[in-house]
Design a protein around this ligand. Sequence first.
Ligand code: ADP
Length: 626
Amino acid sequence: MRKKQFKAESKKLLDMMIHSIYTHKEIFLRELISNASDAIDKLYFKSLTDNSVALSKSDFKIRIDLDKENRIIKITDNGIGMTADELENNLGTIAKSGSFNFKKENAQDKNIDDISVIGQFGVGFYSSFMVSDKVEVVSKAFGEQSAHKWISKGIDGYTIEECDKDDAGTVITLYIKEDTENEDYSQYLEQYTIQELVKKYSDYIRYPIIMEMSHQVPDTEKEGEYITEISEDTLNSMIPIWRKSKREIKQEDYNEFYKQKFMDYSDPIAVIHSKTEGQATFDALMYIPENPPYDFYSKEYEKGLQLYSNGVLIMDKCADLLPDYFSFIKGLVDSADLSLNISREMLQHDHQLKIIAKAIDKKIKNELKKMLSNDRERYEKFFKTFGLQLKYGVYANYGMEKDSLKDLLLFDSSNGDGLTTLKEYVGRMADSQDTIYYACGESAEKIALLPQTDAVREKGYEVLYFTDEVDEFAIQMLMEYDGKHFANICKNDIDLSTDAEKEAINQKNEDSKELLEKMKNALDGQVTAVKFSNKLGKHPVSLSAEGYVSLEMEKVLNSMPGANQGVKAQLVLEVNVKHPVAEKLVSADDETIVKYTKLLYANARLIAGLDIDNPTEFSDIVCELM
Ligand code: ADP
């Protein structure tokens, strides 16, 4: 018997496994069980057409044996088995030639390390070396006379020799590593751990996974004492909840499953369970949580749905299945279209996955639309928690999704009747109104107090109150709704006056040119103009912005990390022509004009929610005038 060497590529992977500091070494069990299940699949399908297969469906099983004393885990299947050549080819090299290089290249691109490669894709049979220092594979291929034993202690190669085995199938024996300071390998020799791992990763494998279990049961002969009973237990349920028909499942079952699987204390606010056939065939079970996941706002939060291929978990968080604006959704997708092998390495490029992602996006949107029209209260609760994500969704990717998201948005408004959709706003618009008005501020209450809001409301128009930083950016992206454009009432290009009023105010500004110029100069470049205005209601002053950047946008852009404070709204100081303060200005001497202007400007900034640059000067002038 000669010792054979692993191919260079396999050696690299093996080395990575043996020295891995990957914290989820437990996945080795999932990998071996899924291999066993695949091997059984193959023989089972053969049995459908080949009479020489003496097994019927119920005979197929996967067996796990634990030998704690000798630190051995044995995984047995009665599947298709492997010939000597297959042992050599399948276990001596990586089956998917070049796949490891592919992974590594990708890993470097994205600056992720080996650990996340293992985590994302799993690494099949070799993962056994994360927990074992020796692995034995005894296998007999279906239809062959002889069986073979493959043995390896890792890097320095493997041997293959003939051996005895009665039936077709494979037995994998893992010699579990001794514990180290950092690693508790002994846990894998506990029946409880194995039971949990099967439940966690392989519950839905379609063949029974059985293990001999010892249970403590009360001794019927001696009261208060226990005896150990041994039984063969099936560890997996074999039927996933999402495969069952909706009629069979109670709301309670959905909720329980959610809470256990996604570790939440509260019931979800909505459940989306769908079975899709067509371009892609898949089952999806998704949940909208009531509260944000505990780490939702941290950098560590990873969006994604669990991905199953025919009941086998292949990825815990498949990010490609969820757009960012639905990052709060929890759930899973199970599709037979994704082969376990292909999907592990090629997932990101998988065409089928893209079709599924698109279908899922649509399903979630439809569910939200349904909730909005059938259960407004619940929708508003949802929106208060996650609405911000949807607004970012409108804005993101150059507005690619704006049309599919715009009807899911809610805003406060001067209508006073709680939150409103854009559609509802437009429905209330008067015939004469051709613009959707909005104003930005910290809170609805503060916006309601703005001089401009007063003036627009006086004209009988409703104003949307934008209180989230992203609101105005989202609306700029939207550009219009139902053919109606949006206008910020705090920007200078809004004018709701009649022609006669316009003419009068223009005349006034023309006549006061000299005064207004002095005022502008007093502010030393901080505003682009000072004007008299007739649209401030009862209020003496206000700031408005000209051009693209509004005051609110200036605040947001400058508060972003890395902002160079360079973005400035072009400000216009507006003075209410009908307010007594206007009279005062007209009759003041030059020195007083400067002081008044500085005061008015500071007041206008405060009203707009902006800081004043020189509070000391402001206070000095106020006190002096007192
Ligand atoms: P993958 O399962 O992703 O192909 P593995 O390294 O886990 O990669 O396995 C390599 C190959 O070895 C499998 O494709 C399969 O052909 C064979 N194999 C592994 N385990 C078994 C088994 N229990 N029975 C039969 N063949 C197996």
